[in-house]
Ligand binder design. Structure first.
Ligand code: CA
Length: 229
């Protein structure tokens, strides 16, 4: 059984989530405040956390930080559209993904399954990323297209690409990318990312103007979507 912790202070939304999750055979525990969430997580050790950012007693971002102090459990943010800054802060603090309220339950469940899959047992370092259109060997830093032709990527392009494709399906924030590739003092230079993403798409995407693999979440970050099996 997979145990999901639902952190939500609006009883109606909480109840709807519980009903839908239980209908899909998840076990569910709920918390209505940040403090309650941290205590319940420590006690119940859930397999995933659905976290509303607007809580009565604490900033949801602080709940993320509190959880990340001791657990790598997948955290999905539930946020309203006008809390973009909070959403980014929560992702930077270590949340895995977000869905915007009002959300479709199917989308939420798909994101939840993806997060659980990523958190599950992994094969030895997955150093080769293969899609219908290109193949990347992250260890040897070799890229080729489906027809076998080699693609030359610069070290910085490799850095950006590796940061994204190493976590298929996961939303990587602009700040996370900048800090990982350029260094800890970076974080606001989103124009760098636009330039490098355009280059990577031109080299790797079948149609660079309509990215199939390297997606932009406007104002938030980037996500590698592998082919669906
Ligand atoms: Ca709320």
């Amino acid at each position: 059984m997979t145990l999901v912790l639902v952190v939500e202070d609006e009883p109606q939304i909480s109840r709807a989530l519980v009903i839908n999750l239980k209908a899909r055979d998840y076990e569910v525990v709920t918390a209505g405040s940040g403090r309650d969430a941290l205590e319940t997580a420590a006690r119940e050790k859930p397999d995933a956390v659905l976290l509303d950012l607007g809580l009565p007693d604490m900033d949801g971002v602080d709940v993320v930080r509190g959880l990340r102090g001791w657990t790598a459990v997948p955290i999905l943010i539930l946020s309203v559209r006008d809390t973009e800054r909070d959403k980014v802060d929560a992702l930077d603090a270590g949340a895995d993904d977000y869905v915007t309220k009002p959300f479709g339950i199917d989308e939420l469940l798909a994101r939840l399954r993806a997060a659980l899959r990523r958190a599950g047992p992994h094969d030895a370092e997955d150093a080769v990323v293969e899609t219908a259109h290109f193949r990347l060997d992250l260890t040897d830093r070799r890229a080729e297209l489906g027809d076998g032709s080699a693609v030359h990527l610069t070290p910085t392009e490799w850095g950006v690409l590796e940061a994204i494709v190493s976590h298929p399906g996961r939303l990587v924030t602009q700040r996370q990318l900048l800090q990982q590739v350029w260094g800890p003092e970076y974080g606001e230079e989103t124009n760098y990312l636009r330039v490098y993403m355009a280059q990577l798409r031109r080299k790797l995407e079948p149609d660079p103007s309509r990215p199939r693999y390297l997606h932009t979440e406007p104002g938030i970050g980037y996500r590698f979507l592998p082919d669906t099996p």
